[in-house]
Design a protein around this ligand. Sequence first.
Ligand code: 2HG
Ligand code: ZN
Length: 483
Amino acid sequence: MSTARLSPTIPATLLTALERLLGPGGMRTDPADTAPFATDWRGLYRGRTPAVLRPATVAEVAACVRLAAEARVALVPQGGNTSMVGGAVPAEDGSELVLSLSRLTRVRALDPLDLTLTLEAGVTLKAAQEAAAAAGLWLPLSIASEGSAEIGGVLATNAGGNNTLRFGNARERVLGLEVVLADGSIWNGLRRLRKDNTGYCLRQIFVGSEGTLGIITAAVLRLEPEPAERAAAFVGLSTPEAALALLGRLQRHDAAALVAFEYMSAAGIALVLEQIPGTRLPLAASAPHYALMELASPRAGSGLAEGLETALADALEAGEITDAALAASEAQRAQFWKLREEHSEAQKRAGASVKNDISVPVPAIPELLRRGAAAARAIVPDVRVAPFGHLGDGNIHFNLVQPDGVTPEVFLAESEALMEAINEVVLSLDGSFSAEHGLGRLKPPMLARWRGEIELSLMRRIKAALDPDGLLNPGKVLPRVQS
Ligand code: 2HG
Ligand code: ZN
């Protein structure tokens, strides 16, 4: 290994020891190979690292952490690198090593009787869903990036996604965890008990900690019976209030079956239709707002589609919706979801965007949409206001896409002002400035204002107790400590 390209802050002896430990293929040092691990998928955060560690076993993860801890070198744990907030990107100065969990891909166990799946951190969410489906079961965690996002990252960020309305966030799926701690010891908490009141709930401290307290290497997830029937519809609406009325109607109709209720704005759909080949609106006419809803039931013959059709006919008569399309086939259901799931990609292709992953109490969504749009336009008058997201659980991605005719740099110069303006509205509606994407390196500076000194101090004390030298994902969640 050439020492010429090493960061002065990372001892060559450490890299040699790590290379010996991990063997050929277990460590990447060529800048061309490390660059994709040091940049986020949007290309918004560009870090630098002298090495990407790719352990193949939990014991190797632990040994990497031990060696790095001895040398006091920081590690940035990374899964599928799909963070929206730069949560898995190392610092620019090359002082941190990336530790990729992607080679930990074993599904260790699946128990169809107690409905549990035990699997390693590097299994993609999609592969985990498939493992459950192969046994006739369902992992009802679904996010747009599930083809790349890995279980370790999904849990470390407490990902939410499309089914939170019915099944909660990733946190609610976790019965047990295996975690490599900051000193390199391995905590085996892979219990799969529904009842286990034996002191502090340690696993939940690591879920949502974004790799700053420990490195999740395996988990036990709770599954559900596989749906025997699904029904999905795509509708047009004239107001956000109408979306709430429809949500209420469907809850009253069959709350147990309603697994997703997603919102899309006219601007969001226009971007998808414009940027993503093969997409088309399944309605006769465009509308100012859209919603996609899905019902699922493990019972065959439960009449979901008929029930949904009746509920939508009533909604049409009540003036809640302007038009509706019911998925007549699995392919059509997938097309509806494509319109929703391609929002991020479409917005990326349209240039720079300012993402606001926020949540408010569900009844406040119409006010959020109106006031948020006005606040953004007061700063950038022709900004493309393209909110979309998980209306059913109150989480809207209040994304602002650059107008035509300006460079991404010019638009992004306003990003802080735009985020602040949206956050002011969110704060006044008792919402949160980070609903499901976490804080990463984008939002730690906002934490103090939103959470206050007592919460911040509790968080700092937890961090100091579990990672006293600050070697795990520095600068994420909590603001970077200046040395
Ligand atoms: C989604 O719901 C993701 O599709 C991405 O959370 C949201 O691109 C975004 O801002
Ligand atoms: Zn989302």
